[in-house]
Design a protein around this ligand. Structure first.
Ligand SMILES: Nc1ncnc2c1ncn2[C@@H]1O[C@H](COP(=O)(O)OP(=O)(O)OP(=O)(O)O)[C@@H](O)[C@H]1O
Length: 455
């Protein structure tokens, strides 16, 4: 009997020590083993009292009070919203509640901080699912501390998972929903890693990648095997953009021919896009990645000014008309404001998707969010310096969330691009800009994580 009790005590002590160690070292594992059970029990036991303390209950109706009086029962208590569903996830819990009369979704958003403390969760966000139903998404640990993307994500024809959201959801870049995007951030804030994740995600899709990297190609050249066209200086970039605009015109002609419209219908009236074309006629969609856009917009001489105007005009045209032709823009820079000259704010207005990494001043944050989500500006300037890769992502609907990319090394991104090199489509108009590389068999690219990242 004594031996059994000792064995039980030792086992329990070992389990408790293991749980504590997991909680410190591997919060995700802790959550999936012990944390989820504790959290579910805690939530169910404390639900009514927490709702009451957070001001999320409603007083009894007159009818209930009258019935209690007539039947000589005690006065009924205030009622909490009814739980419709409680679902554990790999990062937390999802709780769906039915609102009581007089409550609205804003009550829950406003109380999210109180709920998070009361239920001992890392983060709580509330959103309305349909009239009268609110979903509370809770994370059990800091999912942005060490980002682990789920093995299976919702990938679509033009949709790639890039980062983890603070509510435990995967943040996806969906080009058909948000064709063009802007990615700003101070130096060393994590823009290139974000872009690398994007390229690695797109590499597996049937899409042509076109890159402009005026940092002499240091970011994109190692990934060149998966690129249909690449420019590493402003002169080549200007020619490449002209070729892209010409290609866009050809795609429009294909769409118009298929629509059987007469040639004198103006471009602006064409509403269909490449996705309405039959498969055999559909041109390959193109994602144009521009790294450090300011390099394209700055000039010192008259000739450089002419080149700059040519580049910005082409970019504006691509941003305005490119979506229907399946050309999508991903513009990346440290700042993106009117100080870069004529046409920049016009271009920015077309970039619906906004991602802002850590910035050094409010003005830079305003460049990303000032015109669409003013409260995201504050969130952007609060991003800590010791968490590179953290960003605030929003869109023109005014919604925003905190995200962080997984730390994808250049070596792993190179390996992914090399593995999908056979998917790189040829686009005749862009042939002069296709990177010339030795064949993969001859290239001495070691596949190890520690080896230098050469394509
Ligand atoms: N998600 C992340 N997790 C951990 N570390 C990251 C993450 N993203 C970036 N880093 C680290 O932060 C540093 C800066 O990242 P990155 O090169 O992407 O910044 P950047 O904004 O492109 O800088 P620059 O404008 O100077 O090129 C790198 O050392 C990188 O390894």
């Amino acid at each position: 009997m004594t031996v059994n009790a000792t064995a039980l005590t030792v086992t329990l002590a070992l389990v408790a020590a293991g749980a504590l160690l997991l909680r410190w070292q591997r919060p995700a594992w802790y959550w999936m083993t012990f944390g989820v059970t504790f959290a579910v029990v805690r939530l169910l036991v404390r639900y009514s009292s927490v709702m009451d303390a957070c001001g999320l209950t409603v007083p009894p109706s007159r009818l209930r009070l009258a019935v209690a009086r007539i039947t000589n029962q005690p006065v009924p208590q205030s009622r909490a919203p009814r739980i419709l569903r409680l679902r554990p996830t790999r990062t937390g819990l999802v709780l769906r509640v039915k609102l009581r009369p007089g409550q609205d979704a804003f009550d829950f958003s406003a109380a999210s901080d109180r709920l998070r403390h009361s239920f001992v969760m890392q983060n709580v966000t509330a959103r309305e699912i349909r009239s009268g139903v609110v979903e509370l998404r809770m994370t059990g640990y800091d999912v942005l501390k060490r980002v682990q993307m789920p093995a299976a994500s919702d990938v679509g024809p033009m949709r790639v998972p890039v980062a983890m959201r603070e509510d435990g959801e995967v943040f996806c870049r969906d080009y058909r929903q948000t064709p063009h995007a802007l990615n700003v951030g101070a130096t060393q804030s994590g823009k290139s890693v974000y872009q690398r994740n994007l390229v690695a995600g797109l590499a597996a899709l049937d899409v042509a990648l076109v890159g402009i990297d005026c940092k002499q190609g240091v970011e994109l050249a190692p990934l060149a095997r998966r690129f249909t066209a690449l420019a590493d200086n402003p002169d080549t970039a200007a020619e490449l953009l002209d070729a892209l605009v010409e290609h866009m015109g050809d795609v429009y002609q294909v769409i118009r021919r298929e629509q059987r419209l007469s040639a004198d219908v103006p471009d602006a009236e064409i509403t269909a896009d490449i996705w309405d074309l039959p498969d055999h006629l559909r041109p390959t969609p193109i994602v144009l990645l521009v790294d450090e856009v300011a390099e394209l917009a700055l000039y010192a001489t008259k000739d450089e000014e002419k080149r700059r105007d040519r580049i910005i005009t082409a970019l504006v045209r691509l941003a305005q008309l490119g979506r229907a032709a399946g050309i999508y823009l991903e513009v990346c820079g440290q700042r993106f404001g009117s100080e870069l000259g004529k046409g920049i704010t016009m271009l920015r207005a077309q970039l619906t998707g906004r991602t802002a990494h850590r910035v050094n001043d409010e003005t830079s944050a305003n460049m990303a969010f000032g015109d669409i989500a003013p409260d995201a500006v504050l969130a952007t300037i609060q991003i800590p310096t010791d968490r590179p890769g953290t960003a605030v992502a929003g869109d023109s609907s005014g919604g925003w969330c905190r995200i962080r990319t997984p730390h994808l090394t250049l070596r792993r991104a190179v390996n992914t691009c090399n593995a999908h090199a056979h998917r790189t489509p040829a686009i005749p108009a862009l042939d002069p800009f296709r990177p010339v590389l030795p064949s993969l068999d001859k290239a001495s690219a070691p596949a190890s994580e520690t080896a230098p990242a050469l394509a």
